[in-house]
Design a protein around this ligand. Structure first.
Ligand code: ATP
Length: 183
């Protein structure tokens, strides 16, 4: 059983990392991949380059060494859709049970994702709880709602603190805070 947790990771933070660690354990996954997107279909623009986001993910894995990174979406030439990624993963791991992991806010927009009702042909969707997001309902798809404890961190909050010159301690790993301070 393997999991793929997609996102912009702009930058990666403890919300992602603690959730990833907890869901890997909760589901008993043998591997969990953080899968950074290249051109987000659902977001306007990113603050950090592909190279910077990947560098920060690699720094994060020094602390969270039970996690892995899958760069297939980042490496793709064109904008990438989750359905295409799932088809590709399923073809690569035909005998594995595959989990696609997303946060509650992403789940609430699921009906705008290309061919979302076909996701369950390729993977089991898992939704992570997130503070301040009401749980949406998407009737035509089978979903597991994770029991993971809430972690109240977002990339938006981190950017607001960077702009305000505020301390980032406790929001993301220290080696990433050091990296950000040198950019
Ligand atoms: P932003 O503040 O710009 O929305 P973000 O913090 O949500 O960014 P993303 O990289 O967009 O970061 O998130 C990737 C995935 O991780 C999304 O599915 C999102 O819902 C989920 N996620 C992010 N932070 C958390 C968190 N604190 N708890 C649970 N899920 C999270």
């Amino acid at each position: 059983m393997i999991g793929f947790f997609g996102g912009s990771f702009d930058p990666v933070h403890y919300g992602h990392l603690k959730m990833a660690r907890a869901i890997k354990q909760e589901l008993g996954l043998s591997q969990l991949f953080l899968m950074p997107c290249k051109t987000p279909v659902h977001k306007n623009k990113l603050h950090f380059s592909n190279q910077q986001r990947l560098k920060m993910l690699n720094l994060a894995l020094l602390e969270f060494n039970e996690l892995k990174i899958d760069t297939r979406e980042m490496d793709r030439q064109s904008a990438s859709y989750t359905i295409d990624t799932l088809k590709q993963i399923k073809a690569e791991y035909p005998d594995e049970k595959i989990f696609l992991i997303i946060g509650e806010d992403s789940f609430n927009t699921l009906e705008t994702w290309k061919d979302y009702s076909q996701f369950s042909n390729y993977a089991q969707l898992v939704v992570l709880p997130r503070p301040t997001y009401a749980r949406g309902s998407t009737s035509c798809i089978d979903v597991i709602f994770a029991q993971t404890p809430l972690v109240d961190v977002s990339s938006t909050q981190i950017h607001a603190k960077i702009v305000a010159g505020e301390n980032l301690d406790g929001l993301l790993p220290e080696n990433i805070i050091n990296y950000l301070s040198k950019l």
